[in-house]
Design a protein around this ligand. Structure first.
Ligand code: NAD
Length: 248
């Protein structure tokens, strides 16, 4: 059976690497991002096609239910079915708790937590009907650990992990697995928030057992594994991909 995947927030960074990584492993890949990222997303789709896989760029704000429902319908009708969802779209807006604007809290929760829920909810009917699905939610070590000025981000990623644990219990009976991947410090546009200051960058490197900052490609293997049939008996888990910052 030819497998298909949807990766949200796939125009750059970790999502882009995952989308291309899944295409290299033989998946047809629908890539999502917001309209502002149109040109970059189309480039990712073109790159997937050069790998010999079908690619479908779908523009949607994952925090909007109507956008998400339309996106999943578009993917299912183009590909015939949807096997794998990677909920990767996310935002980080820094601010300490004392001064945090309510808007910042809402935006971060809307994209990171509600967006994950909406995409899963829209895809569940199709996955249940086919008794097959792989859901991989990109959380963060920030949801376990966290750093100052990121309390709302940490809360949103903890929400993703809690959501995933319960989801796994609800959908296992339908042959669907749900797991989280928790990246550590990865060099992307978002990651630069933690890395632009050389002192902060060095401090993170020192805290990392492997003594380096991650690249987006470092996250791909874990996601591909959890999306694959090799992970058929793994569900409700969170896997840190952080070079050894959070040790368990
Ligand atoms: N970079 C890191 O160090 C790091 C660490 C842990 C977790 N993460 C998580 O990994 C994921 C990817 O992060 P990244 O570092 O590649 O960030 P990034 O900012 O480079 O990419 C995020 C992508 O999500 C898209 N996006 C944002 N809001 C969206 C929305 N409402 N609908 C659809 N797409 C939207 C953006 O346009 C962008 O293309 C995020 O969930 C992030 O929280 C990143």
């Amino acid at each position: 059976m030819h497998r298909t995947a949807l990766v949200t927030g796939a125009s750059r960074g970790i999502g882009r690497a995952i989308a291309i990584g899944l295409a290299r492993r033989g998946y047809d890949v629908a890539v999502n991002d917001i309209d502002r990222q149109r040109a970059a997303l189309q480039e990712v789709a073109a790159e997937i096609e050069t790998l010999g896989q079908r690619a479908l760029p779908v523009f949607a704000d994952v925090s909007s239910k109507s956008d998400v429902v339309a996106m999943v319908e578009t993917v299912e009708s183009a590909f015939g079915h949807l096997d794998v969802i990677v909920n990767n779209a996310g935002i980080l807006i820094s601010g300490d708790v004392a001064g945090l604007k309510e808007d910042f809290w809402d935006s971060v929760m809307d994209v990171n937590a509600k967006g994950t829920f909406l995409v899963v909810q829209a895809a569940l009917a199709g996955m249940k009907a086919r008794k097959y699905g792989r859901i991989v939610n990109i959380a963060s070590i920030g949801g376990k650990h966290g750093a100052p000025e990121q309390a709302h981000y940490s809360a949103s990623k903890a929400a993703v992990m809690g959501f995933t644990r319960v989801l796994a219990q609800e959908v296992g009976v339908d042959g669907i697995t749900a797991n989280c991947v928790c990246p550590g410090i990865i060099l992307t546009d978002m990651g630069r928030v933690n890395l632009d200051d050389p002192a902060i960058r060095n401090a993170w490197q020192e805290k990392t057992a492997l003594r380096r900052i991650g690249d987006p490609e470092d996250v791909v293997g874990a996601v591909a594994f959890l999306a694959s049939d090799d992970a058929a008996f793994i569900t409700g888990q969170t896997l840190n991909v952080d070079g050894g910052i959070v040790l368990s």
